[in-house]
Ligand binder design. Structure first.
Ligand SMILES: Nc1ncnc2c1ncn2[C@@H]1O[C@H](COP(=O)(O)OP(=O)(O)OP(=O)(O)O)[C@@H](O)[C@H]1O
Ligand SMILES: [Mg+2]
Length: 631
């Protein structure tokens, strides 16, 4: 288990965590949350031994193997599959020893090592690595490609796969969904649910956390505090706690006011001086209750653009890509007018970012025409912008560099609107947390008064409060927006129409995100089928039917199990419905029905848990059936 006792952590002059104690038990799944810059990544650094506690203790069993996602993305010649397999360090060591034993002609040792490799399921490692890569969106033929041939984002996925395959006791994931698309996020969610080691997961994605974790470690006001339950449960507990704290604080404030006025009135009067003294003492002894305060609500807005020409930007019969031999999108036609709010859907690698770069004019068209209104100001947000910040300069330097007529005072007050208070605006950007950098890039965009926003995953790194603020700001924006995001909430609240980028084309998508998920599933089935038919064309029909029958026979026991679960789930659903019907009746909340109410609530919880458990198992079996049938 991980034990923090009286732990204090500092970064430079800044105190991040002070005298906090918590225990994380083995095999627990914990979500680590808190505002940008509160010290989540720093706590990971401490767990990894890269940052020493200033006081107190942070310990875990010395035998524990820890896995994290590498942050560097080296351009290696090694194949993707091989690179991912490196994640299982023990296997690689045994492999080396085996080679040595073979060179030394040491048969006994060779046999022992082979047994050891078998014990850690080493021989199924390539298959498992392949499966992980599939889940993360890699295609079969890409597994043998060299690491160096993948883009930065895809290399981050390889790093993630390396961490997932490691069989570690403790898995530390710092915002793992940042480089994933919706499809891969859903896959990772399911994978983590089944992971059976200890997991500490930093994420700002409420849906993702709710699904995966069972406990929340929250950092606020330099305190790290553990809550049981998922993220929603944590929010409820915290709200209650805050309400209580507020009530106590209000009471104390009353007492302080009363004591102070007594002291003030009677201090000068000799007859009461003694009492005044003792009241003063009591005043000084009052415990230091902080006002219950949820971090200041944070808002910002985009300024009204100076002009809004019509149209703002358009692409006509455009081919987008990197050279005539590497055209990614054909015959794109797209017109952006003030008020256009477009969400781009499509798998990673389908060409969404290529389209955005072409719109921004960063990438020259391979054919066709780009019309751009005169002096069009584009606010372009992508991961790349974060990397382009000057690490040694401060936030203020960045503002002044962008608008040289800004005074330091103006820059300070502007940055204040983005949560950079006082000296923070003077700190070098290199010391900032991921969310702080993202916030600075947003501030720089707002400063430009853009007419068009091109946003490529803008919520990566942003904490919940800032996400909410961004949603509000985008909703009020009067120019045009193109948005790529895996954050459903953001898409659903800021976008009016969707375009689908797939198979080299950009087309109107008439559905919503649920329809898109459906589309993804069907697409997956189609690829499965087409790879199958490719190999099957030479096999004769009779043989095919025989094989199908054979597969169905093989899958029959699984089918039976799945049917059993289905029936069970159906039965519980009906029971749950009738329980919930009674709970929907206001009569049951009368005092005299208290016992029955408790009983019903318990039943409801049990049924829900049973249904969820069975659904998971049912899904598993369905997946196995699909696997058998696609052999
Ligand atoms: N090497 C450093 N030197 C000085 N200050 C640092 C250093 N690294 C981080 N900090 C500061 O410590 C604070 C905590 O940073 P940390 O990266 O732990 O935050 P975080 O909780 O992970 O935030 P986010 O949600 O944005 O990722 C930040 O204010 C950051 O500016
Ligand atoms: Mg961080």
């Amino acid at each position: 288990m991980i034990t923090a006792s009286n732990l204090s952590l500092d970064r430079g002059a800044k105190n991040l965590i002070s005298s906090s104690s918590f225990t994380i038990h083995p095999n627990h799944k914990v979500g680590l949350v808190g505002a940008n810059g509160c010290g989540k990544s720093s706590l990971f650094a401490a767990l990894l031994g890269e940052l020493q506690p200033d006081m107190g203790d942070l310990s875990m069993p010395s035998s524990w193997v820890i896995a994290t996602v590498r942050q560097d993305t080296p351009a290696l010649e090694q194949s993707a599959l091989d690179y991912v397999m490196d994640g299982d360090k023990e296997f690689r060591q045994l492999e080396q020893k085996l080679e040595q034993a073979r060179n030394d002609d040491n048969g006994n040792l060779e046999a022992t090592i082979i047994n050891q490799i078998d014990a850690i399921h080493g021989y199924s490692l390539p298959a498992r690595a392949g499966e992980l890569l599939h889940g993360l969106g890699f295609l079969q033929h890409q597994l043998v490609n060299a690491v160096k041939d993948f883009s930065g984002g895809w290399r981050m996925r390889l790093n993630l796969a390396q961490a997932l395959i490691s069989r570690a006791d403790l898995l530390l994931l710092d915002e793992p969904t940042n480089h994933l698309d919706l499809d891969a996020v859903i896959w990772l969610q399911r994978w983590l649910k089944r992971f059976d080691g200890t997991l500490v997961l930093i994420s700002h994605d409420r849906d993702f956390l709710d699904d995966v974790i069972e406990q929340i470690l929250h950092i606020e006001h330099q305190q790290a505090k553990l809550y049981s339950g998922n993220y929603s449960a944590f929010e409820r507990q915290r709200a209650e706690h805050l309400a209580q704290q507020d009530a106590q604080y209000q009471k104390q404030q009353k007492e302080v006011a009363h004591l102070t006025s007594f002291v003030d009135r009677f201090r000068a009067k000799a007859s009461k001086a003694k009492q005044a003294q003792s009241r003063l003492k009591r005043l000084q002894k009052l415990p230091d209750l902080a006002p219950a305060h949820v971090d200041s609500q944070f808002t910002f807005s985009f300024e009204k653009p100076e002009s809004l020409p019509y149209p703002l930007l358009s692409l006509k019969e455009s081919n987008c890509g990197y050279s005539q031999d590497a055209i990614i999108l054909n015959q794109v036609a797209l017109t952006l007018v003030p008020g256009s709010r477009i969400g781009l859907l499509g798998r990673n690698g389908a060409g969404k970012s290529t389209l955005i770069k072409s719109l921004a004019g960063e990438l020259a068209l391979m054919a066709g025409e780009r019309y751009c209104a005169q002096d069009l100001k584009i606010g372009y947000f992508s991961q790349h912008q974060l990397e382009q910040l000057h690490m040694k300069s401060s936030a203020i330097d960045h503002i002044i560099r962008a608008k040289s007529d800004t005074t330091i005072l103006q820059a300070r007050s502007f940055l204040g609107r983005f949560g950079f208070s006082g000296d923070q605006a003077l700190d070098p950007v290199g010391n900032m947390s991921g969310g702080e950098k993202a916030r600075l890039v947003l501030a720089l965009i707002v400063l430009e008064k853009p007419q068009l926003l091109l946003l490529d995953e803008p919520t990566n790194h942003l904490d919940l409060e800032m996400r909410q603020a961004l949603v509000f700001a985008l909703q009020d924006f009067e120019g045009a927006i193109i948005l790529i995001a895996h954050d459903r909430f953001l898409l659903e609240s800021c976008v009016d129409e969707f375009y689908l980028v797939a198979n080299g084309k950009v087309s109107d998508f008439s559905g919503d995100i649920d329809d898109y998920q459906q589309w993804l599933n069907e697409e997956k089935k189609l690829t499965l089928k087409s790879t199958k038919t490719n190999t099957e064309t030479t096999v004769d029909k009779k043989q095919q039917r025989r094989e199908q029958a054979e597969l169905r026979k093989k899958a029959a026991p699984l089918r039976k199990q799945a049917d059993k679960f289905e029936k069970e789930i159906q039965k519980w659903q009906t029971e749950l419905e009738s329980v919930e019907k009674v709970l929907g009746d206001s009569d049951i909340y009368q005092a005299e029905h208290k016992v029955r109410l408790t009983e019903l609530l318990k039943q409801q919880a049990t049924l829900k848990a049973k249904i969820e458990e069975s659904e998971m198992q049912w899904l598993d079996i369905e997946e196995q059936i699909e696997e058998v049938m696609s052999q």
